[in-house]
Design a protein around this ligand. Sequence first.
Ligand SMILES: *Cc1c(COP(=O)(O)O)cnc(C)c1O
Length: 435
Amino acid sequence: MANIDEYRLDLAKQAYGLWGINPELVSAAEKVEYELQDSFARIEANKAYNQLKVLHAMQEAKYAETDFAASTGYGYNDSGREKLEAIYAAAFGAEAALVRLSISSGTQAIKTALYACLRPGDEMLAAFSKPYDTLDSIIGLDDSDKKDLGSLRDLGVSYAQAELTADGLPDIPAILGKINERTKLVHLQRSRGYMRRKAFTIAELQPVIAAIKARKPEVIVFVDNCYGEFTETQEPLEVGADLIAGSLIKNPGGGLAPCGGYVAGRKDLVEKAHAHLTAPGLGAEVGPTLGYNRNLVQGFYFAPHVVAECLKGMEFAALWFDQHGVKSQPQAKGIRSDIVQLLEFNQAEELIKFCQAIQAASPIDSHFKPVPWAMPGYDSEVIMACGAFVQGSSLELSADGPIKAPYTAYMQGGLVYENVKLAVLLATNDLLHNN
Ligand SMILES: *Cc1c(COP(=O)(O)O)cnc(C)c1O
């Protein structure tokens, strides 16, 4: 078909026209997509690899229709839950995995992993500067430890931190300099969190892990893998990490998991994580799945596909905004190791309009308009957009930003590429034409 390009463009103009998007913007979007051909092809290649890796793991586990059955109460002998844990382990290069509905956030999954490993007198070393904000109260960095809530500090676990280089990269000598006889666990964070640094790729994590292991082989290398799963073809355990953790309302839930978290890695450590989550002696044996096994396993099956949709969406947003005078980070066409895109607007008004456009493009709650609001833990007002099927799911298209300079939006997710593209065009339409 000689005119397939015209056909596609015409359909796109009609469809995006439903939102009043200027047809010139739709043509410009096609050009950006054309420029991203190689980048998209790379994302598709990784997706195909990860998709087949997950399918193979499911077949090896002999997942059966009968495994969808709901367990209740103690949840003893839940074959679907046991096989799902085996599937996660195989796909992530782990000896064992814990995958549980009773974990309701990434923070809880990370906490479970840390408490599994650390004992009084031990020290935890954060290798990439301060970890994700929600860990403050777990480590005991804020005044929560005055309340005797059982932070690591309350329990006698000390904390040390190595800073990144001036370029925002891992500083291996600085990390090694902080390792001492008490260092039990080194914490690495793959995704940027709320820091102004890049997500570290598997290739960047590998030499860090190797150097730590060379200095002190018995140290536990833990990686906060939130937002990282399936963005590349390897996971941190495959380059020497001992334990990883993440959230099922991010990448591995595939948009279908209604909640949950996982911890995966060395068998002895995963066993301790089970003991911490349930109770010593109960371990992995309890945990009713209440009929959600199908959502969890189907979500994991879809996860490589959905992550690829997110990555294409973020590539599109990065190059598009770059060409429209909005600074974006990371730049398009590089190797991504998370599903997050930073956008730096010039004024508060633009950041607000952008987040409102994200909300207006959402499949759910599109008729609500987010406004900046005071939030606990923030020193300025914050605007948040998330019109998601699962509350707070950031594998779904979402954005948020504090209303202070530099007016930065953290945008992530998108179950469907076209939805991200719509949000970007809608934001541009509003910023450029309705000002
Ligand atoms: C999202 C995230 C967390 C915490 O997850 P919650 O589900 O918000 O508790 C921790 N670390 C990183 C890098 C994250 O992206």
